[in-house]
Design a protein around this ligand. Structure first.
Ligand code: ZN
Length: 256
């Protein structure tokens, strides 16, 4: 059903005149990748360029759990959602389409968004297609696993603002992918000025995140490839250095 809507919309957009298409009116972009890929940094930059918010479903869920019954969350719907989230049963959360419902009513999500940590499964992904005309792109950012593990072992973070730093350059022997050290020379956090920068290597958390990613990867990529929404990008550098490539790739492939 949404497929036809898209075709019609596309015809209207391109029949208008001699302008190049840029971005959908309400871009809904999903960004997905393994741990230590700079998903957040690239998403932030993209969000600025497109003028849309970055949404974390995890934070949306946390907010409802904390605020249900108070202020603008004083509504039976939120109380019900809180109950379901507190139970913590993933199947029910998916079946009740909690993610979709929250996006549908969130004022800040109406003009489009970039979503970093959702969907978790094809069932979630299917529910997201019920939002307006569906998603416009699923961006998969990838880097070699061994490289990501090396980044983990060189990782530092600011204890006050959470900014992540890397003490040495990390190079992948096989592909030549390099991520340069960005540890502040004066020892103060570039982001907030704090002096509390500390080692942040956590092999266990890294393994868990990598496992969660691997479990979802195949089915999500298949699903979005089938819908023609997959934008699969192998990153070559860290931080923001790949940004222009990611942006042009996305712009070329995004679905209207
Ligand atoms: Zn900081």
């Amino acid at each position: 059903m949404y497929g036809l809507g898209r075709l019609l919309h596309k015809r209207v957009t391109t029949a208008g005149g001699n302008y190049l298409r840029r971005w959908p009116d309400t871009p809904r972009i999903l960004v997905f990748g393994p741990p230590n890929v700079p998903t957040e940094k690239l998403s932030q930059r993209l969000a600025i360029d497109l003028g849309v918010p970055i949404i974390s479903m995890e934070k949306e869920f946390e907010r409802v759990q904390k605020m249900a019954g108070r202020k603008e969350y004083d509504h039976p719907f939120y109380t019900k959602v809180k109950e379901i989230l507190d139970e913590g049963d993933q199947d029910t959360i998916t079946k009740e389409k909690i993610g979709l419902k929250l996006l549908r009513i969130a004022e800040y999500a109406q003009e489009g968004f970039i979503l970093n940590d959702f969907p978790h499964s094809v069932a979630d992904a299917e529910s997201l297609e019920e939002l307006g005309g569906g998603m416009n792109a699923f961006v998969h950012l990838n880097m070699p696993e061994l490289f990501l593990a090396q980044i983990e072992s060189a990782k530092y973070e600011c204890g006050d603002c959470g900014a992540v730093y890397q003490r040495e350059d990390v190079i992948d022997e096989e592909t030549g992918i390099t991520q340069n050290a960005n540890y502040p020379e004066d020892g103060f956090c570039d982001n907030c000025g704090s002096i509390h920068i500390r080692p942040a290597t956590d092999p266990e958390a890294f393994e868990n995140a990598l496992q969660a990613y691997s479990q979802r990867k195949e089915e999500l990529l298949d699903f979005y490839n089938y819908l023609g929404l997959l934008v699969d990008i192998d990153l070559r550098k860290g931080g923001l250095e790949d940004y222009e490539r990611v942006k042009s790739n996305l712009q070329f492939n995004i679905k209207f």
